[in-house]
Design a protein around this ligand. Structure first.
Ligand code: ADP
Ligand code: ADP
Length: 241
């Protein structure tokens, strides 16, 4: 489904962009439906850069990323990108920063409705919204009329996952999604990711925490200074430290 083929990322840095920094070097792996891959590495090892390239938030310098056989670099124009984001979505470490503080939760969902389901009747829309909130175990009456600061980090993270679930997503980039959550909420979100996997989603689970990768993933990719230093079945990677 998602295939990274020898991708590298070179950033221009320095005051006038005269220097370069290679954040990702020659990284290849793929992720199929219902498969969770952990991408693990220390801070600065290039994990988020890979997530951003998959989400088309940052360009690939060399190599290619393809989704269902199409090189995502060729997806130009609003229509094609919209179609891509129908299937591929990301959630990030700080749910507060991914959520406009002046919007109540229902506005956030309404924007998805306007963009992707302009012809749905109110009844059909409410049914869809209800079922996606049900997957993430949020009560519509408790969240829809709230502003982000009135929700907990865990509720907000689940809300953003519910927003992604309204679409026909096949792939989720989860970048440090539980790092900021307390222990019990972490378990809830990890269990939710397991549910999504069971529904056939492919997931890239980005974390700096080795133990967390072990908890959720089928395969593990370990990154150091932008390069893959180890990759394999999670059990095997963790059996040979
Ligand atoms: P990680 O997610 O593993 O912490 P990142 O992908 O965020 O690592 O960063 C990898 C390297 O690339 C770091 O050295 C970081 O400072 C650098 N970097 C990240 N984003 C940019 C950017 N937009 N411009 C320049 N350098 C960046
Ligand atoms: P693209 O390469 O696809 O144009 P980037 O991911 O390079 O997009 O982001 C654009 C710019 O954002 C970078 O050139 C850099 O100036 C700035 N930037 C963002 N995050 C960082 C970071 N962590 N360190 C340095 N610069 C950053």
């Amino acid at each position: 489904m998602l295939k990274l083929d020898s991708i590298s990322k070179v950033y221009r840095v320095g005051t006038f962009g005269g220097q370069t920094l290679t954040a990702v070097r020659d990284v290849s792996f793929d992720i199929g439906p219902g498969e969770v891959v952990s991408l693990i590495g220390e801070s600065g090892s290039g994990k988020s850069t890979i997530g951003k390239m998959i989400l088309r938030l940052s360009g690939v310098t060399r190599g290619s990323i393809s989704f269902d056989g199409t090189d995502i670099a060729t997806l130009s124009g609003r229509k094609k990108l919209k179609e891509y984001y129908r299937h591929v979505q990301g959630v990030f470490q700080d749910p507060f920063s991914s959520y406009n503080p002046v919007f109540k939760a229902d506005r956030v969902f309404e924007m998805v409705r306007k963009e992707y389901f302009p012809r749905l009747s109110t009844g059909e829309w409410e049914k869809k919204l209800r079922s996606s909130l049900e997957v993430v175990r949020l009560d519509p009456n408790q969240v829809l009329n709230k502003y982000p600061h009135q929700l907990s980090g865990g509720q907000l993270q689940r809300l953003l996952i519910a927003r992604a679930l309204l679409l026909d997503i096949k792939f989720l980039v989860a970048d440090e999604v539980i790092s900021m959550l307390d222990a019990s909420t972490r378990i809830d979100v990890l269990n939710l990711l397991a549910d999504l996997k069971a529904r056939g989603l492919g997931i890239l689970f980005i974390t700096h925490d080795l133990a967390l990768g072990n908890y959720v993933s089928d395969r593990t990719v370990i990154l150091r200074n932008g390069r893959i230093v180890e990759m394999g079945e999670t059990e095997e990677v963790f059996a040979n430290p």
